[in-house]
Design a protein around this ligand. Structure first.
Ligand SMILES: *Cc1c(COP(=O)(O)O)cnc(C)c1O
Length: 360
């Protein structure tokens, strides 16, 4: 067996999550956000699978991320939106492959109209996130550009606090959006990310843009959705070691064995996406039960405690689950003080990816 870590993605579980989201927001259209390589899970395979399952709108952050799939999506009658706007790319980077930029400012709207003519674009209205999007003060100027030929086909905004269903900012943002969009006369609107899908029908408009929930993590602090866990991130046990009371483990000797026992070294470290802040903070799952991470996570390996396992030596070359169906990524994220988004997108380049349920 290879000593590399492995990420196995169950494409049917992602499709089931997509179906759940689509049913939750129906009759609105459910798009799929597959930016950042589908949150570390593989945008090409996931995008193709969701296209086959009926998804017709995809969001990426950059034109380059969309390149491997743009033609297939267009052929199937789907659309590709680019969230980061023109972002210093040339207009041809979009028009050559039919990408729809999400214009985030008056400058971008002006540039698009001048260089892309009547090619379709989306417009992002900032309603309180203060990250990307048009401030209200520029609404009239963009409406004037529409008179001159700017072709806006989608209008959107983005929630700052949608994972807190009771937060009054959600309602406030919907109200600001509702006050501003009519003057643009665009029939297709969206504001909801994954958590927004669970805020009720007045957050759905004609389209929703979930990312996170497709990949399994619970998006909302308010309710538990019946989402499947599609990821299995695991590393091989490289060595099982007998240890004696008083010995220490790893850099900085941050763990001391209180009794004689067993440890194992697994072949994944912080270069592979096991954050160093998990050192001495959580466990992995191996041989049917949990095993604490002991000592500091190293670059290429991590040490775990097998003292409470029945037959530790039998676990040489077993695989340890870092996160997956037996340990959700949320559990590890909480132990690390990071968000599930951050943990998923950290999986490093050495990790081998395998897909279950692939159609091709
Ligand atoms: C990333 C992103 C999304 C998806 O958010 P999730 O919380 O992952 O569902 C939707 N809209 C915009 C503008 C985004 O940047």
């Amino acid at each position: 067996m290879l000593s590399r870590p492995r990420l196995t993605i169950d494409l049917d579980a992602i499709a089931a999550n997509y179906r759940l989201l689509q049913e939750t927001v129906s009759p609105a259209e459910c798009a799929a956000v597959i930016k950042a390589d589908a949150y570390g899970m593989g945008a090409e395979a996931i995008g193709r699978h969701l296209l086959f399952k009926g998804c017709r709108a995809f969001f990426f952050a950059h034109p380059g991320e969309a390149a491997p799939l743009a033609a297939e999506i267009a052929e199937a009658g789907g659309r590709v939106f680019i969230l980061n706007g023109l972002g210093g790319y040339t207009v041809r980077d979009f028009t050559d492959s039919g990408l729809i930029p999400v214009l985030n400012s008056l400058d971008e709207a002006w540039l698009w109209m001048n260089e892309a003519g009547d090619k379709p674009a989306a417009l992002h209205l900032d309603t309180g996130m203060n990250r990307l999007g048009l401030p209200a003060i520029d609404d009239a100027a963009v409406q004037a550009l529409q008179q001159q030929g700017l072709n806006l086909v989608h209008i959107m905004s983005h929630f700052a606090c949608s994972e807190e269903p009771a937060n009054p900012r959600n309602r406030e943002q919907i109200e600001r959006f509702t006050a501003r969009y009519p003057a643009f006369g665009i029939a297709e609107r969206s504001i909801s990310n994954s958590a927004g899908c669970f805020l009720g029908s007045d957050a759905h408009f004609e389209m929703v843009r979930p990312g996170l929930a497709l990949y399994g993590p619970q998006p909302s602090l308010g309710n538990r959705a019946d989402l499947k866990i599609p990821y299995l991130f695991e590393a091989p046990v490289l060595q099982v070691r007998r240890v004696q009371a008083g010995e220490t483990v790893g850099y900085g000797a941050t763990h001391v064995f209180k009794t004689d026992g067993w440890s194992a070294t697994i072949g994944a470290g912080y270069a592979d996406g096991v954050p160093r802040c998990l050192s001495n903070r959580t466990h992995v799952f191996v041989g049917g039960k949990t095993a604490p991470i002991i000592g500091r996570v190293s670059m290429d390996s991590t040490v775990i405690d097998l003292t409470l396992h029945e037959n530790p030596q039998s676990l040489a070359h077993a695989r340890a689950q870092i996160y997956g169906p037996d340990i959700p990524v949320e559990t590890q994220a909480e132990a690390a003080g990071l968000s599930p988004y951050e943990l998923l997108t950290r999986i490093g380049g050495r990790t081998e990816r395998a897909f279950k349920g692939r159609l091709d």
